[in-house]
Ligand binder design. Structure first.
Ligand code: TRP
Length: 337
């Protein structure tokens, strides 16, 4: 057993990764690679809980893995893998669905919101948090860093682990959610009341890690601000746009809030604010974009790096799955060990 705490994170391949994904999650995963034992999973099985075009799903899954590597996830220190490359995830989901009462799933607020917005709801949209619980429990993860929107799903994973342990003996680690700080939440440039989303399609909403310099400047130039001219951090709703731009600058540069405000003391207005934030973002993203294009131009190397993670993940997940099945009363034949 490793002495380091295990951390499991999942990210959906539902669109090209954004500046929000980078500043809110990926940057911290990169910086935390040595302190903990990290698993990062591109959750393609989760993505199909809403209809996906097969070619688009395949392309998005590859691009998401490539962008994570390009952003600094090091396959020698972090286990980065694609969920469907490890069969144990789908199997764990079935087994755990026989432990989780339906009422627990029907209570999930994300399910209720998504289901209300669709005419026809897939079964898997309801059972999605069970797949997620399996992701975490297969790896004995202690910590799960997520945004506030995923907290209820991690609590469900805890409930499932506890119920399993009660029914079949102490086998599963009960994971803890680690909720990102409020400052780490990047909002949409077109609407600072909404979290920046990789699946939103409105032009000017998100900055994507693959965007050109011109696209990035265009999006920042159009960013929603307010009719005032004060460049300050603020939680007043009408200052949300300016606050978002300053937060982006702060997290991108790693400066403290006073230094950020000082940097903008000589700005002549929001025009300068937007240009300077765009410049800082372009400087931070350029190396990621360059490495991304190198990886995408060398599919064999990308496959090799992604396979390394799957090999390691499979070893851990398969062993845990055998233990889960034995505890539940299945005889596990030699061929499955
Ligand atoms: N459901 C998460 C999301 O949409 C992604 C996810 C899947 C995940 N499995 C996970 C997150 C396990 C943390 C741990 O963002």
């Amino acid at each position: 057993m490793s002495a380091k705490r295990r951390v499991f994170s999942g990210i959906q391949p539902s669109g090209t990764l954004t500046l929000g994904n980078y500043l809110g999650a990926i940057k911290r995963w990169v910086e935390g690679q040595d302190a903990k034992e990290n698993f990062i999973c591109v959750v393609d099985l989760h993505a199909i809980t809403v209809p996906q075009d097969p070619d688009a799903l395949r392309a998005n899954t590859r691009a998401t893995a490539a962008l994570l590597l390009a952003a600094g996830i090091d396959p020698a220190r972090t286990t980065l893998f694609v969920q469907s490359h490890v069969r144990a995830h789908a199997e764990a989901s079935w087994l755990l669905s026989c432990v989780a009462p339906l009422g627990w799933l029907e209570r999930m607020t994300q399910y209720k919101a998504k289901a209300a917005a669709q005419e026809s709801v897939l079964t898997a949209l309801l059972t999605y948090p069970i797949l997620q619980a399996g992701d975490i429990l297969l790896y004995d993860a202690h910590e799960v860093p997520v945004g506030e929107d995923q907290k209820q799903h991690i609590e469900l994973a805890r409930d499932i682990a506890q119920r399993f342990n009660h029914l079949f003996g102490e086998l599963l680690v009960v994971p803890e959610p680690k909720i990102a700080a409020a400052g780490a939440r990047v909002m949409g440039l077109d609407d600072p009341a909404k979290k920046m989303s990789k699946s939103a399609t409105a032009r000017g909403h998100a900055v994507r890690l693959t965007d050109s310099d011109d696209e990035i400047r265009w999006a920042f130039k159009r960013a929603v601000t307010d009719s005032g001219r004060e460049i300050v951090f603020s939680d007043e709703p009408e200052k949300a746009g300016v606050n978002n731009l300053l937060t982006i600058y702060q997290v991108t540069t790693g400066k403290d809030p006073d230094a950020v405000v000082a940097d903008f003391a000589s700005a002549r207005g929001y025009g300068d604010l937007k240009t300077w934030v765009a410049d800082a973002v372009i400087e931070a993203i350029t190396p990621i974009r360059t490495r991304f294009h190198e990886l995408m131009a060398d599919p064999a190397e990308l496959d090799r790096q992604v396979a390394l993670g799957a090999d390691h993940a499979r070893e851990i997940a398969e062993a845990k799955l055998v233990a889960i099945k034995e505890a539940m009363g299945f005889g596990v034949p030699a061929a499955l060990r």
